[in-house]
Design a protein around this ligand. Structure first.
Ligand code: SAM
Length: 281
């Protein structure tokens, strides 16, 4: 039951299975004056399934800035609003940020109604460490920018979580292998809470091989999770810096030999890494 007026409720909705809408979410959606929805037609189907007749207004990335002042005015008049996105938790790779910020700035109470999110659903059943994780959202669409973003994460020790679209999955898996190596454990979580829900668990090379071999594994909605770097791999960052500095002054073989003496690392591995750095990887 809503007991307060003029509240902005941020309401999570199902990511596939309609049964995942909480009773509290249903109550809030029924009782607010208006629902601010990413796609009103999409949300209408959810509301219809639960017999909810609350009117909707569209709030999406193209109109959010212009619609927000009108919604803040309504909240100020004492109306309550529920913000929903097409699936999962609003603001998690979805619209709503500007509305929430404006509501807070206007002194309006913002109340979360928690529920599904693909990121948490994938993480919870992935089998990868969950004590520390880093949500990276969608990777850049352009190949060079994507590689660069991944490079910056190579030595991160927390589990990394990405959203990905089916048409980029093969390219991204190739990039993951190039940056994190073929042996890093990972999980591809697909079609969560839906009929064809699938978890592919293995090394990057194993998951990539399965996705390459089976076109079905490239369909639907997906979350990619990569185990964080081992602490000893994290030290590679310093090795990279060391090699980069030495490479400015001397040839590859000499740089690798000196880096091995200074860091105690294996000469062959440092030589291979020096070659990669020289090629700009
Ligand atoms: N707000 C949503 C949430 O809380 O998860 C995410 C919205 S984002 C625009 C959509 C992306 O989330 C998809 O491209 C996919 O990466 C992921 N996703 C959403 N539903 C999913 C599902 N049922 N299974 C796997 N991934 C899903």
């Amino acid at each position: 039951m809503i007991r307060e007026n003029g509240v902005l409720h941020v309401v999570a909705t199902p990511i596939g299975n309609l049964g995942d809408l909480s009773q509290r979410a249903i109550d809030v959606l029924r009782e607010v004056q208006v629902i601010a929805a990413e796609d009103t037609r999409h949300t209408a189907r959810l509301l219809h399934a639960h017999g909810i007749a609350t009117p909707c207004v569209a709030v999406h990335e193209h109109n959010e800035r212009e619609v927000v002042p009108k919604l803040i005015e309504r909240l100020g008049r004492g109306e309550s609003i529920a913000l929903v996105s097409d699936a999962g938790t609003p603001l998690v790779s979805d619209p709503g940020y500007h509305l929430v910020r404006a509501a807070i700035a206007a002194g309006i109470r913002v109340v979360p109604v928690p529920g599904p999110s693909a990121l948490i659903a994938a993480l919870s059943a992935s089998g990868l460490p969950t004590d520390r994780f880093c949500f990276e959202g969608f990777l850049p669409a352009k190949a060079a920018a994507r590689r660069k973003r991944l490079e910056g994460l190579r030595t991160a020790t927390a589990t990394l979580v990405f959203y990905e679209s089916p048409h980029r999955i093969l390219d991204t898996l190739e990039d993951l292998q190039a940056v994190f190596g073929p042996e890093r454990p990972m999980v591809l979580a697909r079609e969560l809470t839906k009929t064809f829900e699938t978890f592919l668990r293995g090394t990057v090379a194993e998951v990539r091989a399965q996705v390459q071999a089976d076109p079905d594994q490239r369909r639907g909605e997906m979350v990619l999770l990569i185990q964080g770097a081992e602490a000893r791999n994290a030290a590679t960052l310093d090795e990279d810096r060391l090699l980069a500095i030495l490479l400015e002054e001397m040839p590859v073989r000499q740089a690798a030999a000196l880096a091995a003496r200074l860091s105690g690392g294996k000469k062959n591995r440092l030589y291979q890494r020096a070659l990669e750095l020289q090629r700009g990887k």
